[in-house]
Design a protein around this ligand. Structure first.
Ligand code: ZN
Length: 85
């Protein structure tokens, strides 16, 4: 039996920024093993590094584009914090 830990977090939709309550499950080694959006109208987006959420109304294409944009923006912000906007 594993001893996974449940953690309630708030995450914004990666497409439009709407906030969702998310129940994340972490393994004893700290690895994210599962997540469930507990607010109505949202779901989790699988990502190897980060827990992400999105509204159910967005298409998989929209989510995919936003996910890629989110990843590249994160990389950019690490390299240069001033350039955005
Ligand atoms: Zn959204």
């Amino acid at each position: 039996m594993s001893d996974n830990k449940d953690v309630v977090q708030v995450h914004g939709c990666i497409v439009c920024g709407r906030l969702f309550n998310v129940l994340a499950v972490y393994a004893p080694n700290g690895k994210l093993v599962g997540c469930t959006v507990t607010s109505p109208g949202g779901h989790c987006v699988p990502d190897e590094n980060q827990l992400l959420a999105a509204c159910d109304i967005h298409t998989p294409d929209e989510i995919d584009v936003a996910h890629k944009r989110w990843q590249s923006r994160n990389e950019k912000e690490l390299a240069d914090e001033q350039e955005d906007e």
